[in-house]
Ligand binder design. Structure first.
Ligand code: 4AD
Length: 431
């Protein structure tokens, strides 16, 4: 008898296999029990026929609570009616643990009810599908960057200063002499590593003490940040576009079952193609004004503005050259007009908004020092960063893609809290 996984069950047609899993649901009719069994890789219907079992045991199974752990043995049969294409004709069942009354029933529950039970909620079909798509997106990103000559370099979590604004810093007491801050981005460190390796990326958790509760913000989120030496804004846009296409194609190709569970309208994803439409910040502002939006020129886009702009096309919208005043201190000024900078945001369709932020970095040490001062950043903590412009400075740039927003978009779900196993949000840190 073979130990099998539900996702490979097709390989075992006609054979007897053993599945180690949990009871997802149970329905009985006459001499039959229909068990929905999940093993982590999928769900299969397992059918028990009364005459094949001890009558007492058959009765006991009927009362088996949802999420009881079971080992099921049976013969794999083709079944056109099931989504999986196969079902199991049960020959043996071993109960490992009879579950206590499981709090999450296969019906609608409110998010308020589900969030504190996240440790159990992740077993549900939709959550299972979302987290599997997340893993595939991460794999697609790594493959894309590894195949494009980027070297993975892990950057620190404890940092001595801010890099993406001082209002969202998480402070910790590092030792008796120093405070430290949880990283907001690994970018600054990878501006150092590219001078050693050419093209690098970091991929890890980043932290922002966001005070607002929105469907797009978490306090701990994962970001992939590629960085390149001898690169300009155009290169940043080209690789961002390439990465988004790699993600979309991979999810469409390998995550059909999961997309179906989520009832994702895949035609929206299939319609995406390169080159993505582009516009400057100034043109974007003009469009908002033409559409009657009361938008203050020079300000940052709010989520409504992003939704309007990104709904104009099937593919993500590339907005470039934002005002320097609303972007981070390290952005290279636009040589055409230095009140703007060589920055770029990628706004994805269907109201999901910005998933990528990036740009060309400042390469002049004197101007950079001036910006550090203007932004009231601690000069001492940035000496090493300014050094990079003293020793072999080159034009360089990169970008950061937020994993959770990308997962929400790919899955077509409302809120990013479901895109990570254990979301960290304002006033919510359990479990
Ligand atoms: O635009 P951001 O702040 O850019 C940076 O941090 C740069 N250092 C990246 C770089 O150039 N290497 O953030 C980049 C992306 C956003 O587009 C968004 O997808 C995501 O990170 N992001 C968040 N996701 C969830 N919750 C939050 N609070 C987020 N803040 C940013």
């Amino acid at each position: 008898m073979k130990d099998a996984r539900i996702e490979d069950i097709g390989k075992y047609e006609g054979l007897e296999v053993t599945l180690k899993g949990w009871l997802y649901n149970l329905r009985s009719k006459g001499k039959l029990h229909f068990l929905q069994v999940r093993d982590g890789s999928g769900i299969i219907q397992a059918v028990m026929f009364k005459p094949n079992f001890d009558p007492e045991f058959f009765k006991e199974v009927k009362k088996l609570p949802q999420e009881s752990s079971i080992i099921v043995t049976g013969k794999v049969k083709k079944d056109k009616r099931s989504a999986l294409g196969y079902e199991l004709d049960v020959t043996g069942l071993e109960i490992i643990q009879k579950s206590d009354q499981y709090p999450i029933q296969p019906k609608e529950h409110s998010v308020e009810f589900l969030l504190p039970r996240r440790h159990l909620w992740i077993r549900s079909r939709m959550q299972w599908a979302i987290l599997r798509i997340r893993a595939e997106i991460i794999r697609a990103i790594r493959d894309y960057l590894d195949d494009s000559g980027f070297l993975l370099v892990d950057t620190p979590i404890f940092t001595p200063a801010a890099c993406e604004g001082t209002t969202t810093l998480f402070e910790t007491q590092y030792d008796s002499h120093h405070k430290a801050y949880l990283t907001q981005s690994g970018q600054l460190y990878n501006e150092a590593t590219i001078m050693a390796f050419g093209k690098t990326y970091c991929f890890g958790p980043t932290f922002r003490a966001e005070k607002s509760k929105t469907r797009r913000h978490l306090r701990e989120f994962w970001m992939v940040e590629p960085e390149m030496a001898y690169a300009h804004l155009e290169d940043v846009i080209r690789y961002s576009e390439g990465m988004i296409m790699a993600i979309v194609e991979r999810v469409l190709d390998r995550k059909k079952v999961e997309l179906e569970i989520l009832e994702r309208d895949v035609s929206k994803l299939e319609a995406i193609q390169t080159p993505f439409p582009r516009m400057s910040y100034q043109d974007a502002v003009k469009i908002l004004h033409e559409k009657g939006v009361d938008f203050k020129d020079g300000g940052d886009f709010g989520s409504e503005d992003e939704t309007i702009l990104s709904s104009m096309n099937h593919s993500p919208l590339v907005v470039h050259r934002f005002p320097s005043a609303i972007k981070a201190f390290y952005m290279e000024p636009d040589p055409e007009d230095d009140t703007y900078c060589l920055s770029v945001d990628f706004l994805v369709p269907e109201g999901y908004g910005e998933v990528i932020g990036g740009g060309e970095r400042m390469s002049d040490p004197d101007l950079l020092l001036q910006r550090v001062r203007e932004h009231n950043l601690p000069e001492d903590a940035f000496q090493w960063y300014i050094d990079l412009r003293r020793y072999g400075s080159v034009p360089h740039g990169g970008f950061g893609l937020g994993i959770e927003r990308t997962v929400a978009w790919m899955c077509g779900i409302e809120h990013i809290r479901e895109t990570i196993a254990f979301p960290r949000m304002l006033y919510k840190i359990y479990p």
